[in-house]
Design a protein around this ligand. Structure first.
Ligand code: GLY
Length: 466
């Protein structure tokens, strides 16, 4: 937790931004795997953490903006709970660390909300993303589940996004630490991967490094020789000579701040000439995106800079043809980059995605519906304090190639015979984490992940010597 005053100040700002009514924030509950006492590892709701800092299940809070009263709802452990799980701070102690003086049992929440509704006081709540919250909101607010989403508070979403999107110095220090731990995870994978191992062995080592630092992973580890699948969580393959390995993994510190990096490296000590060619093209796109970063520049332009680089390079290989801007406007380049160049990061690896991409990444403006561009999660103008990933990739997805070819999509721009020569190539992604400052972009973390061909080959060969 940060200092008590941090949470008091955040809630004060939230109340001022929302203006009036009652803010209802739900913490997360335990989530059973197969019976109640056998739960997945607990993950607190990030907005609840941001305003209260309490990483404990079963809580809720009300902020009455008009009266200034703040109440934390939750139940102390019974002696049975303590026998099973050990002693815990009391609710009053937890509330006091968050700067809250009034605590009530969970059962009191419903009555207070009913009184407020009888007085027609607006109740602001966020979109639920867990089914138990949908059920709780249904019961607390006497709403049918179908009517809950239309009634979420846009004022509250906008207020939360406006605060959480600008990271403070103490948050940036945590994110730097998360990125450093993430670099350790990637370097270990780069060093160990070799023919005969399994993807699962590499993934296990990556997870071990996070756990040994009393941390978690910020999302399920992607450790694969099939990097053309964007979010491949299968770890059952054996690594073979000639394979490229894609690792996309991040640490989540005890404070819950995330890191998120991707690396692509050969299973062998060196890249093949074809791997080196495409890898260096992916790095050029990565650098084009970084070169476009500046305060006030829309992240959409950063994405388009990466698209231009990939398009020009695919033209140089004869896979695309025509005028670069026309290819991009039509979306034909998305055959190789069917996703966005980055997303915000913070307490969530895709920060605040549960609040809605249109509010988080677009300030309420509509998103594109075009294949490729529709997957850009973050498009708005960069401001000091924004934290985001840079992760353009080059992917050869046989199923997409075959579908577009059969449908004659973008055939004026695509040379299918040349594309087909690379259909078994796989996929490449490099990812780094940045924050924007008033002076320009800063790469997050103090450790540097090997990125160039020479750096990666040297890291792998270092290991072979020991
Ligand atoms: N790096 C994982 C993700 O962005 O989903």
């Amino acid at each position: 937790m940060f200092s008590t005053s941090t949470y008091i100040q955040r809630r004060r700002e939230l109340a001022a931004k929302v203006g009036s009514g009652i803010v209802l924030l739900l913490g997360n509950d335990e989530s059973p795997m197969n019976y109640a006492d056998n739960a997945y590892h607990f993950r607190q709701d990030s907005t609840f953490l941001y305003y209260f800092g309490i990483d404990f299940p079963g809580l809720a809070a009300l902020i009455n903006i008009d009266s200034g009263q703040e109440i934390l709802f939750g139940d102390d452990y019974t002696i049975d709970d303590i026998v099973w799980m050990g002693p815990q701070p009391t609710m009053v102690e937890r509330a006091s660390e968050a700067g809250i003086s009034k605590v009530l049992p969970s059962a009191a929440l419903s009555g207070l909300l009913t009184q407020a509704m009888q007085r027609s006081v607006p109740i602001h709540f966020l979109p639920p993303y867990r089914p138990e919250h949908l059920l709780k909101l249904q019961a607390l607010l006497r709403l049918h589940t179908d009517t809950i989403l239309p009634k979420v508070s846009v004022e509250l979403i906008r207020a939360v996004v406006s605060q959480r999107e600008i990271k403070s110095g103490e948050e940036l220090a945590e994110i730097d630490r998360a990125v450093d731990l993430t670099v350790d995870m990637h370097v270990a994978a780069m060093r160990m991967a070799r023919p005969g191992m399994t993807e699962a062995q590499v993934a296990a080592r990556v997870y071990e490094i996070a756990r040994a630092a009393n941390s978690e992973v910020s999302f399920p580890i992607i450790a694969t020789i099939n990097g053309q699948t964007l979010h491949n969580h299968y770890h059952g393959n054996v690594l073979k000579s000639g394979d490229l390995f894609l690792l996309d993994a991040g640490a989540e510190l005890p404070s819950r701040y995330a890191g998120d990096l991707s690396s692509t490296f050969p299973v062998d000590p060196v890249f093949t000439p074809q791997q080196k060619l495409i890898y260096e093209m992916s790095l050029e796109a990565h650098q084009a995106a970084i070169d476009a970063l500046a305060p006030g520049v829309a992240f959409r332009e950063v994405h388009l800079a990466a698209c231009r680089s990939i398009t020009d390079n695919m033209k140089s290989l004869g896979m695309l043809k025509g005028v670069t801007e026309e290819i991009i406007a039509a979306g034909a380049h998305a055959l190789f980059l069917p996703c966005g160049t980055g997303h915000m990061m913070g307490l969530d690896v895709h920060d605040m995605e549960n609040l809605g991409e249109v509010w988080v990444g677009y300030d309420g403006a509509p998103k594109s519906t075009q294949f490729g561009l529709k997957s850009l999660r973050f498009a708005k103008s960069l401001r000091p304090g924004h934290v985001f990933t840079i992760e353009p990739g080059i992917y050869f997805i046989p199923e997409l190639i075959d579908k577009w070819r059969a449908e004659k999509q973008h055939q004026e721009f695509i040379n299918w015979d040349e594309v087909n020569k690379f259909r078994a190539f796989g996929g490449i992604r490099n990812e780094e984490d940045y924050c924007m400052t008033a002076e320009g972009p800063r790469r997050l973390g103090t450790k540097v992940k090997p990125k160039t061909v020479a750096e990666i080959e040297s890291e792998k060969n270092l290991n072979m010597e020991c």
